[in-house]
Write a protein of this length. Structure first.
Ligand SMILES: [Ca+2]
Length: 95
């Protein structure tokens, strides 16, 4: 009984940590630019958490429009290998 209660507390702590990491108050709510077809829009913080620590500075400096988002593309054969660029594609409707 006591062990079960403790695991619920741990789960709650993890959930609160996720919320804090997922929505920093200084970040824009929406990306300012789009990504090319085949690329995914990721929050900078999400990519920093996902990548190895030595890539953090490079990832943060790639966010040139400072909106907190990047475009990410994963290698089809190596799921841990990815490329990232700033989300600077202008979205202007169909053309
Ligand atoms: Ca950006």
């Amino acid at each position: 009984m006591r062990a079960k209660f403790r695991s619920h507390l741990l789960a709650l702590g993890a959930a609160l940590g996720w919320v804090v990491l997922g929505t920093p108050p200084s970040m824009a709510a929406q990306p300012e630019g789009g990504c090319a077809p085949g690329w995914e829009t990721w929050r900078v913080q999400k990519l920093v958490n996902f990548a190895q620590p030595q890539f953090e500075d490079t990832i943060r400096s790639t966010d040139r429009n400072d909106d907190g988002f990047l475009c990410v593309k994963f290698d089809k054969r190596e799921p841990n290998v990815f490329t990232f660029v700033d989300n600077n594609l202008q979205v202007e409707g169909d053309s």
